[in-house]
Write a protein that binds this ligand. Structure first.
Ligand code: DUT
Ligand code: MG
Length: 147
């Protein structure tokens, strides 16, 4: 079990702590902390505040992912999906939404706009070399096995 600290930015006492909507949900839903409704025109992107900052152990990262309902019904998704929240980031968590639909979409305060999942960050060191171990695949990629 990992402990993640959640800190409200001032003026967001009305918003919920990121929440799993069902016991088995992987993602914690994030609410929009906009003061006024914000409209995204088709093709437009905007950084939407969530009203909180957090701290987590360095073994963790958080991913900001789209909600499929918003994507399916309105074409609203996260442009940089999945967004990465570094363990050492202490600023406000924000969601970069883009409207890929064909109609304007308005985000109201408190609306659940994205979800946050936690992942483990493996300890890795990168070492330079002139030769890499051979494999059957070799340099094949980008569909070289067919479609
Ligand atoms: O959807 C996102 C993506 C990032 N961030 C914040 C937290 C993250 O730790 C920081 C940096 O994100 P990232 O590494 O993706 O962006 P960068 O362009 O590499 O910026 P930096 O140079 O600050 O790392 O921005 C968010 O709030 N939401
Ligand atoms: Mg970065």
């Amino acid at each position: 079990m990992y402990q993640v600290l959640f800190k409200r930015m001032p003026g967001n006492e009305d918003l919920a702590i990121p929440k799993r909507m069902t016991e088995g949900s992987a993602g914690f839903d994030l609410q929009a902390a906009v003061d006024e409704p914000v409209t995204l025109e088709p093709g437009e992107r905007k950084l939407i505040p969530t009203g909180f900052a957090m701290a987590m152990p360095n073994e963790l990262e958080a991913q900001i992912r789209p909600r499929s309902g918003l994507a399916y019904k309105h074409g609203i998704t996260c442009l940089n999906s999945p967004g990465t929240i570094d363990a050492d980031y202490r600023g406000e968590v924000k969601v970069l939404l883009v409207n890929l639909g064909d109609k304007p979409f308005t985000i109201e305060r408190g609306e659940r706009i994205a979800q946050m999942l936690f992942g483990l960050v493996p300890k890795v060191t990168i070492e330079e070399t002139d030769t890499l171990p051979e494999t059957v695949r070799g340099a094949g990629g980008f569909g070289h096995t067919g479609v």
